[in-house]
Write a protein that binds this ligand. Sequence first.
Ligand code: 3PG
Length: 210
Amino acid sequence: MIPQDQSKAARDIAGRARVIPVLVLDDAGHARPLAEALVAGGLPALEVTLRTPAALDSIRAMSEVEGGIVGAGTLLTPDDVRAAKAAGARFGVSPGATETLVQACIDEDLPLLPGAATATEAMALLEMGFDMMKFFPAEASGGAPALKAIGAPIPQISFCPTGGVSLANMADYLSLSNVSVVGGSWVAPKDKMVAGDWAGIESLAREARG
Ligand code: 3PG
């Protein structure tokens, strides 16, 4: 798969909802009920961060949930890409991007949403063929005003802002012409997962879906 196809595939997946939940799981036993709650709440594209020992098992378990599309976040190395693909991830997300990481995603046929935080990073990814990327860390990098400014000279790139995005500010991003989806962890708070409050998470998802 060449980057243009990868980028299109990532765009198609991201286009299924206005919010991609960013999930940090400490217990793979939470994976299935969590995915069911988020899908039932209207958020089918799920990003499981490869930041905990439970991440790969969580991707495996979530991949069996009907209606969900499970991807792997925090991809940093080719090994991460291979492990994510083997666990059943259907797309990848990375906080930044390197040629090595992009090549690994091409080799593994894994659609990628690569991260960029500046106009130069976005232009480098555009040169590789990506026209959709993650804007990370969104709030710390200037938030919606920064993305609006980048969109003036480079309107052909769409962004998924992630990092500090919440119910309170998601509309600021979604009102921009270069944003159709945001990512965030607020829909799956740790305390609700530990308490097994799946109904509470479903209602957070519903609220985020709007
Ligand atoms: C991440 O990869 O951690 C995302 O940027 C999530 O950020 P958030 O916790 O601020 O939503």
